[in-house]
Design a binder for this molecule. Structure first.
Ligand SMILES: C[S@@+](CC[C@H](N)C(=O)[O-])C[C@H]1O[C@@H](n2cnc3c(N)ncnc32)[C@H](O)[C@@H]1O
Length: 232
């Protein structure tokens, strides 16, 4: 699996984040080598990342992320039609942006190791409702070949346990534009008392990956997201 390194700006677009969303306690799961936690913390906010890869020292994760980036760069150059080149101008722009995020991540993890917790879904070492907002990018739904429906439902329930609101992006596996697993997973979450909504966002890099899902408890507050409102 790639250890990727998206920036706060990518997270803002993938999850339609506002400054108000980022004013609360934010969890990035999986954090990978993304710079969300570093950038939110540097701006005075409260964010924490968790990922099983944090069992390894920061220099090793940095090297793995740079190696992942090199593989991604080569793949994008060879298969440009599988991607939408609006957010990134071209593969060089992608490489430059994601490299910056790896370096921000590595410097922040070295300076504030307590903000990077080794943990793996579907069981997280956090108290109920510890976070106001939980963001989950490019793990669930992305790796359809590795994780079954049971894992997805258990993981999403766990994210909803530790956070008041969960947002997940993208909702389609790599190389696909539809996800037949989405409806049954949503039905299982509804049966567990969780409310889901799906809406388009102003970000598409992986072709077809342009929607996010929000999860809240049935009894909890409505999602604070603005824009066009839920698709379904
Ligand atoms: C493609 S990266 C995404 C990182 C980051 N969210 C981003 O968008 O840049 C996927 C990450 O999922 C992590 N991962 C793998 N299995 C996991 C699990 N069971 N629970 C949480 N994270 C996991 C990997 O270590 C890897 O860092």
């Amino acid at each position: 699996m790639l250890v990727s390194s998206r920036s706060l700006d990518e997270y803002r677009r993938m999850f339609a984040l506002t400054d108000a969303d980022l004013a609360g306690r934010v969890l990035d799961c999986p954090g990978g080598a993304a710079s969300l936690t570093a950038e939110v913390t540097a701006a005075g906010g409260t964010a924490l990342a968790c990922d099983p890869v944090y069992e390894h020292p920061v220099e090793q994760v940095r090297a793995t992320a740079l190696e992942s980036l090199g593989r991604g760069y080569a793949y994008h150059q060879a298969n440009p039609d599988e991607y939408v080149w609006t957010y990134f101008r071209d593969p060089d722009h992608y490489l430059e942006s994601r490299t910056r995020s790896v370096e921000l991540f590595a410097a922040d993890r070295a300076a504030r190791p307590e903000n990077y917790v080794r943990a793996a879904l579907p069981a997280l070492p956090f108290a109920d409702r510890r976070f106001d907002l939980v963001l989950s990018s490019h793990l669930l739904f992305s790796y359809a070949d590795r994780f079954d429906r049971e894992f997805h439902v258990a993981s999403l329930r766990e994210l909803a346990r530790v956070g008041r609101e969960v947002r997940v992006f993208p909702l389609v596996p790599m190389g696909m534009t539809e996800n037949p697993e989405l409806a049954p997973v949503r039905a299982a979450l509804a049966a567990a008392g969780l409310r889901t909504s799906v809406r388009p966002v102003d970000y598409e890099f992986q072709r077809g990956g342009n929607a996010m899902m929000t999860i809240t408890r049935e009894s909890g507050p409505s999602p604070r997201i603005g824009g066009d409102g839920p698709l379904t």
